[in-house]
Design a protein around this ligand. Sequence first.
Ligand code: NAD
Length: 314
Amino acid sequence: MIPLARNKITVVGAGHVGGTCAQRLAEMEIANVVLLDIEQDLSEGKMLDLVESAPIYGYDTRLVGTTRYEETEGSDIVIITSGVARKPGMSRDDLLRVNVGIVKGVTEWVVRHSPSAILLVVSNPLDAMTYVAHRVSGFARGRVVGMAGVLDSARFRAFIAMELDVSVESVQAFVLGGHGDGMVPLPRLTTVGGVPITEMITKARLDALIQRTRDGGAEIVRLLKTGSAYFAPSAAVVEMAESILKDKKKILPCAALCRGEYGVHDLFVGVPVKLGAKGVEQIIQIALTEEESAAFQKSATAVSDLCRAVDKML
Ligand code: NAD
């Protein structure tokens, strides 16, 4: 068992996303890390590999790879990446049944050993899996949050930066709604060095970048041929974990449980939130135009349909 002098993060699922999360967290030295997988030896192997990288990178993060939830005891944050990744031609929704069972089982174990943790869900279909983790854990709504908007926004920002040949750091963008084909990028609130994007790029080009953002996950799946994206997804969830551990209170688009906000009731959907030590500390309400609102509601309806299907499986 690792000492609790530092914060402790458990990453469940030692696949592409989970393993890369563990690497990023280890290198940042912001918490000791436990990597857990159902597959015998997989997380042990990855963590040993990371331990052997430590002298070169100079980190003293304590790292444990395991199949046993006892080792995860008292985690401050648990990142759930366990599940089956999307294969070429497979929609996120095809994954539903398999991943509901996995995320349900994982959450039950996590709650038993880390009753005070904040859960960051990555498994797809994201909004529905976050809903499963919330329902099964019974945790307060601020302590269960899903990663999608940070990734979708990062993709949008990267495409804009490439198009304009500017630093990614100068590009601010927000993508709201469900993590699916109906995600809602908000060009109106997208800026480059504070200048509205609509003044820097033609509508036709902007529409093309929005479409590429919507198809961002599928584009990587097509190129990789086996498995789906993991560098950007792991970076996104680690940014969320850091904001929580350091109580930075970053405003990030995350899947949070809406109870009336944005006209959505009892669903996890991508909205701007303040992420701090208590998890989701606030849902930031911004007035949407009629068009944005219609797109957001359409996306929320798709999430709702998924969650009603999930209800029958739990
Ligand atoms: P992967 O197949 O590489 O890894 C998944 C891991 O989960 C495997 O190692 C597997 O053994 C493990 N696992 C399965 N059942 C388990 C259980 N019951 N307990 C513990 N571990 C278990 O997949 P990946 O590329 O790492 O993706 C992981 C998940 O994240 C997928 O559902 C994928 O669709 C999703 N994802 C989401 C986003 C997002 O934006 N939210 C982005 C990328 C990937």
